[in-house]
Design a protein around this ligand. Sequence first.
Ligand code: ZN
Length: 433
Amino acid sequence: MNAQQQVRQLLDFIDASPSPWHAVATMERQLIAAGFQRLLETDEWLLQAGGRYYIIRDDSSIIAFVAGTKALETQGFKIIGAHTDSPGLRIKPHALFKTGELLQVGVEVYGGPILATFTDRDLSFAGRVSYRVDANEVATELLHFEQTLLRLPNLAIHMNRTVNEDGLKLNKQTELPLLFSTQSKEQLPADIFTDLLQQKIKREAADILSWELNVYDTQKGVFWGEEQAFYADSQLDNLASCHAGLSALLTDAALNSGDTIVCAFFDHEEVGSESTKGADGSFLPDTLERIALAMQLNTENYKRALANSFMLSVDMAHAYQPNFPAAYETEHKVYVNKGPVIKLNANQRYSSESISAALFMRWCEKAEVPYQQYAHRTDIPCGSTIGPLTAAKLGIRSVDVGNAMWAMHSIRESAGVWDHHYMIKVMRCFFAE
Ligand code: ZN
C-alpha cells in the first residue's frame, strides 16, 4: 500500500471514530477481521502460543497482542502505546436548557482544546448511552449522530471590534454552550434531549439513564497542499498514532515474528491518565502479568520479561510553523514529512533517554526512514505523554516518538502523508526485527 492509501485509511478510520468509544469499536472490527479473539478480564485466560487476542476496558481503552512462540522471559514484550482520546467538549448530564427563545446544550471542557477553533464549525455529538434493561441489568450502546446538530457561532466583528488584535477569548461557563434549536415545543428540555437519544438507540425514553457524549466536527478529513502531501482532520492527536500502531501490528511480518507484540491504546491521556483505564492505571500491568501467567511464566520470569521489554510511546509532535518562529527552539525545529520525531526532555516529561533514542534511530536506519529530534523551548513548559507513566510503573525501557503536526489540540489538525507512511514502516521494523 502506498503512502496516500495509508492516509486515506487513516482518514476513514478517524471519520468512523468520532469519540474514544468509537475509536476502540473501529479498531475492534479491524482486529476481528484479522483473526483476533476477545478476552474478558472477568474470565480465565487460556492462551496459545501464536494466538491473537485483545482486551477492552470500559469501552475506550484497548490492548491487542500476539502471544509469542519464542521465550517471553528472554524476548520480552514489544509494546506500542498511544491514546484514544482527544481534547474537546463533552455534553453535561442536564444537557439542554432554555435561553430566551433558544435551546442550548451545556458543555464541559475535556482536556486542553484550542477553544476558538470550535466556533463556526459543523458540530454534532457521539458517545455511549446506558439504559435500563430490567430491574437488575444495565446495558450500553454507542451512539453517533452523523448529521450536523450543533454550532457555536462567533460574535460578529461589529460587536467584538478588537478580536483581531486581542484574539478570541471564550468564557468556559457562559460562552461555550452550543446552539441547538428555537424553543417551539411544549416539552421540557430534558425530554427533548432524551427523545433525541431515543431516535438512535431505540429504547424507551424512560429507560435512558446516563451518557458520555463527545462533541465532534462532522467535516471529513482531506488531503491538501502541492501533490496532496499534507492531510487535515480532527483527532490526529492521537488517533494517527493508534492507526499507525495497529497498521504495523496487522502486517504478516509482525504477526509472524514469534515475539509477544502488543498495542496498548488508552483513554484519558488528555486529562492526566489517572483512571481505571488510563495509562497511569492498572490496565497494562494487569494485562502483561496475566499474559505471562497464562504463558506459564513464574513471577521471576515475568520480571525478566519486563526487563527485556521495550515500549514505543507514540504521540504527535509540534511541527515548525514559520509564521511563529519565536515559539520554537531554534536548533530543534522539526518539519512535516521529514520523518518520525524523537522527543527528548531532561526533566523526564518524555520517557526517551540516550539508549532508547539510539535503538529507535537504529530501527529507522534499518527501515530506511529519516528521523528528527525535538526539544521544547527551555522557557516554555513542555507537555507530556503516557511514556513516563508506563515506563515508571513497569520498569520498561521506553522512547517517546511521534509525527510532526500543526495546530495540536485544534478541532482541525494537520500533518504529513509521508510521515504516516514512515511511522508505520519503522513500527513494523520494531515489531518484526
Ligand atoms: Zn497526544
